[in-house]
Design a protein around this ligand. Sequence first.
Ligand code: KG4
Ligand code: ZN
Length: 345
Amino acid sequence: MRQNEAHTDIRILAIESSCDETAAAVVANGRKVLSNVISSQIDIHTLYGGVVPEIASRKHIERINQVVQQALDDAQMSLDEMDAVAVTYGPGLVGALLVGVAEAKAIAWAKNLPFIGVHHIEGHISANYIEHPDLEPPFGCLVVSGGHTHLVRVKDYGEYEILGKTADDAAGEAFDKVARAIGLGYPGGPKIDKAARSGDPLAIEFPHGKVRGSEYDFSFSGLKSAVLNYLNDKKMKGVQIRTEDVAASFQKSVVDVLVGHSEAAIREYGFRKFAIAGGVASNSALREAMEAMCRKRQVEFYRPSPILCTDNAAMIGAAAYYEYIKGVRSDWSLNAIPNLKLGER
Ligand code: KG4
Ligand code: ZN
C-alpha cells in the first residue's frame, strides 16, 4: 500500500511560477498550509525597474528544484505522501509559467500522481479559504494584482462570473508606474502604501476612472496620465512636489474606485460575504476602506494576510483541492497559457 492511501487528508504539492516568485507549498484539504516556500526574485528585477521575463524564467529554472524540496522538508513529508501535484498554468509570463508546468508534470509523471492545472486568479481568490476556514461560496471577490483587476461573483467552488475587469492597466500596474514616476522605485505598491501614510489624500484631486457603459469595469490609465501630467506641470513651474501627498492622493483615487465598484456589486447581487485578493489586497488603505464599507452594508468582509495576497503556491494548493474533489484532472498535454481566461480550462 502506498503511504498516501493510509490517511484521509488530501495533500497537494502546489507550484507557482507565473511571474517573479518561485513558490511551492504543501496544503492539506485545501485549507491547511503545511508549508509555503516563496523565493522572490525582486532584488534582481529591481535593478531593471520591473520584471524582465527572460531573467524571471532563468531564475525559476535555477531555483525550482530547491524550492520544491524545501516545501516538502518544511512539511516534513516526502513525495510519496502527496495525493496530487498542482501548478499554475496561466495567466502569466509564458516562459515563467512553463518552468512550473514542466516541474509539476515531471514530478506527477515520476510518482504516478494526479496532476491539476490551476488558474492563477482562482488561486488568489482561494487564498481566502486558507485564511478563513468558515468561508464558503457564494461571495463577491475583488481580485487586484500586478496583472489583474477583476470583480468576480464566486458562485461555487471553481464557478466564477466576471462582473468587471480593467480596460487598460491593472491596479497594481498603476501603483508600480506611479511609484516609478515619483521616484519611489520598484515594487511600487508597498512603497506608495508606506509613503501615503504621511501624506494628505485630499491634497490633489485625481480623476476616478470610469468606463463608459460598463458599471463594473475599471480604467486606471487616465489616472496614471493625470499623475504624470501633474508631475510635469509642477516640474515646468519649478514647484517642489510632496511625494507623500501625490502617493496618498493617487492611492485614494484607486481605492475610491475599487470600493465604489465593489459596493455597487454588493447592492446589485446581494452578496452577504465579500473578499479581496491579490497583491494590491495587502494595501492598508484598501483594506480599511473595504472593511468600513462592508461593515456599513452588514456584509462579512474577508481578506488574506499580506503573505497570502502576493503570489504564493499555498493559494494554488487551496484552489486545486476543490478541483481534485470534483474529479478534475489535467493531462500531459497541459501547456502554459499566458492569457488564460478565468473559468476556462
Ligand atoms: O498578486 P501579485 O503578487 O502578482 C500578480 O499576480 O500580479 O501582485 C503584485 C502587485 C504589484 O503590482 C505590487 O506593487 C502590488 O501587487 N502590491 C501592492 C501592495 N503590495 C503589493 N499594491 C498596493 N499596496 C500594497 N501594499
Ligand atoms: Zn498574482
